[in-house]
Design a protein around this ligand. Structure first.
Ligand SMILES: [Ca+2]
Ligand SMILES: [Ca+2]
Ligand SMILES: [Ca+2]
Ligand SMILES: [Ca+2]
Length: 310
């Protein structure tokens, strides 16, 4: 196991499951629990079975770890200490598809990107770019079409293996009413128009969040590429309207209220640098609009847009 430890977070990465997350805690709250189930990205190919993560048949091409922006050798059993981490992976899913993925973890938040490129015209029965075993104490659920309408809410507290479907949601909130803490999971996809489908499997030991794309007996075309970005942010609130802590903008909003405003802009100014300067994990997490690892004037334009859209 590999441990990525920050001042208030802890991420366990399992090399035996293709360097996917085994457990994750923010601020003493267990968000991802080890229930013996896969995390990360998996596909089910008709007649061939599952590929990826703890299902196996995921073969590593390259793995790189950056601790506070500095590359560190990846070694099983190591405990890494830092304020932010980036783990970049490329692997082959049984020779049928290439998976490129990235985990960025900062204080109170984590972002995962996954791009899958299919090398053959194969029937993909199920494709989960993201799945994660979330804490069983997160019994309250809301699905939001970011950041506006609540599409669906309810509970996943029966532990009866039932499915709670949240089709069309861009943001899922899962909340623990006893500890007044929750996790907001934001989804963004490219490479397809629709067909995204989050759901929660209410199992005895977790409330596992799945994000599903495609799923058809028709083969995907050779070279087809799908990308997803999944961002999770911890929140705390004692309000009965805890959903209000979920339905807030992500980009440009490090001060986690409902507005992108001058308080956030003050943080942006701390991050603004020349295009040649790689930004810190915190800065790229909140402000790198064009995803090129810097925070420059192009990102400034997006920040202005985010503020004026309020
Ligand atoms: Ca459960
Ligand atoms: Ca704000
Ligand atoms: Ca740039
Ligand atoms: Ca940028």
């Amino acid at each position: 196991m590999i441990t990525l430890a920050g001042s208030n977070f802890n991420v366990m990465i399992d090399p035996d499951s293709a360097y996917t997350i085994k457990a994750l805690a923010f601020d003493g709250t267990e968000v991802v629990v080890d229930s013996g189930s896969c995390q990360g990205t998996v596909i089910l190919i008709s007649n061939f079975g599952w590929y990826g993560s703890c299902h196996g048949r995921e073969y590593l091409n390259d793995i790189r770890l950056y601790v506070d922006g500095q590359e560190a050798a990846v070694q099983d059993g190591m405990h890494y200490q830092g304020s932010w981490f980036r783990l970049v992976k490329e692997s082959s899913l049984g020779g049928l598809a290439i998976l490129q993925s990235e985990i960025l973890v900062i204080e109170n938040a984590i972002r995962e990107k996954a791009t899958v490129t299919f090398l053959y015209a194969i029937p993909v029965a199920k494709f989960y770019p993201f799945l994660s075993s979330h804490n069983n104490a997160f019994t309250e659920v809301v699905g939001i079409e970011s950041p506006d309408a609540v599409l669906q809410d309810g509970q996943t507290g029966l532990d009866d293996d039932s499915m709670f479907d949240l089709p069309g949601s861009d943001v899922i909130g899962q909340y623990d009413p006893n500890d007044s803490v929750g996790i907001a999971t934001h989804f963004a996809i490219t490479g397809m128009d629709d067909g995204s489908y989050p759901f929660i499997w209410d199992r005895p030991n977790d409330n596992k969040l799945y994000f599903r794309l495609v799923g058809s007996t028709n083969p995907v075309p050779i070279g087809a590429q799908f990308s997803s970005t999944t961002t999770r942010v911890l929140f705390r609130t004692t309000s009965v309207d805890w959903q209000d802590s979920v339905a807030i903008p992500l980009f440009g909003n490090p001060v986690r209220d409902g507005l992108v405003d001058l308080a956030d802009f003050a943080e942006f100014e701390q991050c603004l640098q020349s295009p040649q300067t790689p930004a810190t994990g915190v800065c790229t997490f909140w402000f790198d609009a064009d995803d090129d690892q810097d925070v420059d004037l192009r990102d400034f334009a997006e920040m202005q847009r985010a503020i004026s859209n309020q």
